[in-house]
Design a binder for this molecule. Structure first.
Ligand code: NAP
Length: 249
């Protein structure tokens, strides 16, 4: 057990012994991809701060949880706007992951969903051979950019005609044995995955800030609204920030 004294558990039972890797472990013996989403929200439901990024909502404790979630997953899935705005690059290995990645590549792959393939060249070219960047795109994606992405070493997967279909993306992850999926948003991509009924788990950081009405919610866009019940698995706290983990009921 590797406990982190900065956190305390509030639910399902109060405890000062918080082992993040154990609490966030994916279900054992998965036979299909398990899609976990990790998002941060302000207390009034905002998904990004005045800078247009999530930095203002994050904290050392949030980054710690995010780091553990990345260490546990096989693939980090993100929409291209998040990749562009948050400056996504291939995930760097971390010493603290220790045994978390035993028997797996040192880092998870990054999978980016995009029609334009307008993502930073380093995200396409800089990934290790055993964890290449995956680009989920459409049949009508710009040919030159598709070629450039492949030449840079990324794996380009056509997962829809004019729009990437979430189910096709998840099937492609399954074909590659990438079962432990960590979807890091953004709100538009998350809305599409929730509308498709493909989200198994939501990890939500609630940060002690108010943002007002300018920021989006953690789901946004035109995907159809729907109702899905969730079950609260745990609630943690660190310096006023709450960390809840929900699974599909
Ligand atoms: N609060 C949080 O936890 C959190 C998490 C992540 C991001 N964010 C914030 O959210 C913002 C970005 O999120 P966002 O919701 O605007 O965008 P997003 O979901 O990250 O990305 C949208 C983009 O992804 C691509 N895309 C999405 N669905 C697609 C589909 N079905 N087929 C093909 N391509 C598809 C398109 O890329 P192309 O334009 O390349 O075609 C689209 O423009 C940033 O401000 C970021 O800081 C917040």
């Amino acid at each position: 057990m590797d406990t982190d004294p900065r956190f305390r558990a509030l639910l399902p039972a109060p405890s000062a012994q918080v082992d993040l890797a154990a609490l966030y472990a994916y279900p054992a013996a998965l036979d299909r991809p398990w899609v976990r989403c990790n998002m941060v929200s302000s207390a009034d439901g905002g998904a990004w701060g005045p800078s247009g990024r999530t930095a203002e909502l994050s904290s050392p404790a949030d980054r710690r949880v995010m780091g553990v979630l990345r260490g546990l997953c096989d693939v980090v899935l993100a929409g291209a706007a998040t990749a562009r705005i948050e400056g996504y690059r291939p995930v760097r290995p971390r010493e603290v992951w220790g045994r978390l990645r035993e028997g797996r590549p040192d880092t998870p792959s990054v999978a980016v969903v995009t029609r334009t393939l307008d993502v930073h060249p380093d995200l396409l070219a800089g990934a290790p051979g055993d964890a290449p960047t995956l680009v989920f795109t459409t049949a009508d994606a710009p040919e030159g950019r598709v070629r450039a992405a492949k030449d840079a070493g990324a794996e380009v997967v056509v997962a829809g005609d004019r729009s990437v279909e979430p189910a096709a993306a998840v099937r492609a992850l399954a074909e590659r044995g990438l079962y432990r999926v960590l979807c890091e948003g953004g709100p538009h991509l998350l809305a599409e995955f929730t509308a498709a009924g493909l989200v198994d788990e939501v990890c939500l950081t609630t940060s002690p800030h108010l943002l007002g009405p300018a920021a989006s919610r953690i789901v946004a866009g035109d995907a159809p609204s729907h109702t899905a019940d969730l079950r609260l698995e745990h609630l943690l706290e660190s310096e006023g920030t709450l960390f809840s983990r929900y699974t599909r009921a």
